[in-house]
Design a protein around this ligand. Structure first.
Ligand code: NDP
Length: 246
């Protein structure tokens, strides 16, 4: 069997980098997406190469539908069709809802939710025609339980769950699985940017008493991307140290 091609959006971020490594360990050809002009792209490629990984990089703003079309065409012509898509790119712009400005709402909705449409739309037909595919969407515990100060982020991440279940049904007979992961708090830049005193309060609410590690999320992505995950679709997998159970 030829190697699967995996595209990871936001692939050079904290969780994204761990996902790229885990998928390489699953024998995939890995393409990491980043924003156009991302200043650390070459440094990221060199660093991961020195660690033994041969990743491809592709630039593309996931909020831009046409740019995503171009990005997918570039991968298809240069590397091959995308078999595994990890919709991982995301941002936060936290604010109390009554103080939240429209640009904070729009930025989070377009980057976290519209992006999932923008990229998935260009790869799904190919997966269905080839009779095999994996779409893995990065949601959040806060998309499930809601979070004070994160109306935008909670709405976007909840939207991802509805999208996942709808597309999972449409693709179920096509050999394409569509699943979501809902991580709790993971020790990446996104969480380390939270004020230390607020972060300590968050950690105190996690039954395991610690933040998660990016590798722990990546291992779950690796499972969902594997052949043996072929019977799982439309699922939301919680991985949050016991922060929220339902
Ligand atoms: P990071 O900020 O480290 O990674 C996010 C990546 O997305 C960055 O590389 C960022 O690029 C990229 N990105 C942002 N906007 C765009 C865009 N328009 N086009 C392309 N790439 C873009 O965060 P994490 O690794 O922590 O988060 C990864 C995912 O996991 C996100 O979806 C996040 O919401 C989710 N998540 C994270 C949790 C956590 O605790 N860390 C918990 C639950 C969910 P750049 O750096 O250039 O902005």
């Amino acid at each position: 069997m030829s190697k699967r091609v995996a595209l990871v959006t936001g692939g050079m971020g904290g969780i994204g980098t761990a996902i790229c490594k885990a998928l390489a360990e699953e024998s995939c050809i890995v393409v990491a997406n980043c924003l156009p002009g991302f200043p650390q792209k070459e440094e990221w490629l060199a660093r991961t190469k020195s660690e033994g990984f041969a990743f491809h990089a592709v630039e593309g703003d996931v909020t831009d539908y046409d740019a995503c079309a171009k990005m997918v065409r570039e991968i298809e012509s240069g590397i091959g069709p995308v078999d595994i898509l990890v919709n991982n790119a995301g941002i936060t712009r936290d604010n109390m809802f009554r103080k939240m400005v429209k640009s904070e709402w729009d930025a989070v909705l377009t980057t976290n939710l519209d992006s999932v449409f923008n990229v998935t739309h260009h790869v799904l037909s190919g997966m269905a025609e080839r009779g095999w595919g994996r779409v893995i969407n990065m949601s959040s515990v806060n998309g499930i339980k809601g979070q004070f100060g994160q109306a935008n982020y909670s709405a976007a991440k909840a939207g991802i769950l509805g999208f996942t279940k709808a597309i999972a049904q449409e693709m179920a007979k096509k050999g394409v699985t569509v699943n979501a992961i809902a991580p709790g708090y993971i020790g990446t830049d996104l969480v380390m940017a939270i004020k230390p005193e607020v972060r300590e309060q968050i950690v105190a609410t996690i039954p395991m008493g610690r933040l998660g590690r990016p590798e722990e999320i990546a291992h779950l992505v690796r499972y969902l991307a594997s052949e043996l995950a072929g019977f799982m679709t439309g699922a939301t997998l919680n991985i949050n140290g016991g922060l929220h159970m339902y």
